[in-house]
Design a protein around this ligand. Structure first.
Ligand code: PLP
Length: 388
């Protein structure tokens, strides 16, 4: 038995995933397999460190010391072979508010921002609420594999286009973009002279033989055009600590970005986020390796379940992230019917594909970072519901 098999009761803890079901699904009686939050405890040494802080009883203003910055620099070099300087790290309280700061720093109201759809739904919101125009460049499905549409990108970028937001690895389709794909994208960004916001929050959740490439590592030219966003939040299940960071190697861009953070007065971070980050990055690499093995096992379990029991449901290779993208079009249901089917019949709460863009209609996103028993429940109920 793996430590990740253990089941914990997370109810009544203000957990968004577990305690928001009535509001989200209109039904409390669903197993939540939705928001990207894992049902695994964070590494023990992280909770022990945070417990020590609690028992100190002081929660005063806290600065980020060398240990914090060094832990990020070392982690990124070790995991991704990218050498960065600590002066290029700017903390935020989340990747999404970092994206918002960058949108404010590098574009004006009415400017165009490209996203590659279907994609993580808050990308739409962060562009819209900042009154910029969303330009969708749908991914192409070629031989059942999602690819970027470079011809389309080439066509749609005009003088009002200021930014492209990349999702690497891509939520929800599970692609880890290859070095060749990223090289091609970086050539385009440089040629068209736009800014790249690269959301790499899932970059530690990669399954072999895939390899994460921070796009800014490819060349000085693309690094000069890129703001990279990373965080320990997905990797170690720490999103509630609200500590993320941007890496900006272009000095002018760094100044502009920092100006926005300063004007919003959000350059500080909370004591738990600072210590949680440095502890996880410094001491928890082997925990991550075990986690990846377990999640990959979950992926294989579900993939095999579908191919043997419900082959009409198509899955896609999970190269990275813990979010599986399943194609349910063969069930021939409308969006509402599919939502109701999963909530009422399968008794699970998933993310319907259409929230990621219209290309996602007929799909569902399932969070597989949970004890395998949960997936067995999902699989049995799914199979059973189709027999009725
Ligand atoms: C691609 C992507 N970016 C950002 C986030 C969330 O970032 P944060 O909570 O740090 O704003 C998620 C969470 O699921 C995500 O999948």
């Amino acid at each position: 038995m793996s430590k990740f098999d253990e089941i914990f009761n997370r109810k009544n803890s203000n957990s968004f995933k577990w305690d928001y079901l009535e509001e989200k699904f209109g039904n409390n009686d669903v197993l939540p397999l939705w928001v990207a939050d894992m049902d695994f405890k964070s590494p023990k040494i992280v909770s022990e460190t945070l417990e020590k802080i609690s028992s100190n009883g002081f929660f005063g203003y806290t600065f980020k010391g060398n240990e914090f910055y060094n832990s990020i620099v070392n982690w990124i070099e070790k995991r991704h072979g990218w050498k960065i300087d600590k002066s290029n790290i700017f903390t935020t309280h989340g990747v999404v508010n970092g994206l918002s700061a960058a949108i404010n720093a590098f574009s004006d109201e009415g400017d165009k921002i490209i996203i590659q759809t279907p994609v993580y739904h808050p990308f739409y919101k962060v562009i819209e609420t900042n009154k910029r125009e969303i330009i969708r460049s749908p991914l192409k499905l070629k031989d059942d594999k999602y690819e970027m549409d470079f011809d389309n990108l080439n066509e749609i970028i005009d003088e009002k286009t200021k930014i492209l937001i990349l999702c690497n690895p891509h939520n929800p389709v599970g692609r880890v973009w290859t070095e060749q794909e990223l090289k091609k994208l970086s050539d385009l960004i440089i040629e068209k002279d736009i800014i790249l916001l690269s959301d790499e929050i899932h970059s530690d959740l990669i399954f072999k033989p895939n390899k994460h490439t921070p796009i800014a590592k490819l060349s000085k030219e693309i690094s000069e055009k890129t703001i990279t966003f990373m965080a320990p939040s997905k990797t170690f299940n720490l999103p509630g600590l609200e500590t993320s960071y941007a890496i900006i190697e272009n000095e002018n861009y760094a100044d502009k970005f920092n100006e926005v953070l300063n004007s919003w007065s959000i350059t500080g971070n909370n004591i738990y986020g600072i210590f949680g980050t440095q502890t996880a990055y410094s001491y928890c690499e082997s925990w991550l390796e075990e986690l990846l093995d377990y999640i990959y096992g979950n992926y294989i379990y579900l993939k095999d379940f579908f191919s043997s029991k419900i082959p009409e449901i198509k899955t896609y290779p999970l190269e990275g992230t813990y979010l599986m993208w399943i194609n349910c079009k063969s069930l021939n249901m409308t969006n509402d019917e599919l939502d109701n089917f999963f909530i009422e019949k399968v008794k699970v709460g998933l993310n319907p594909g259409y929230i990621f863009g219209k290309e996602g209609e007929g799909f569902q996103r399932i969070n597989i970072a949970c004890p395998r028993k949960y997936l067995e429940y999902f699989a049995n109920n799914f199979y059973g519901a189709l027999q009725k």
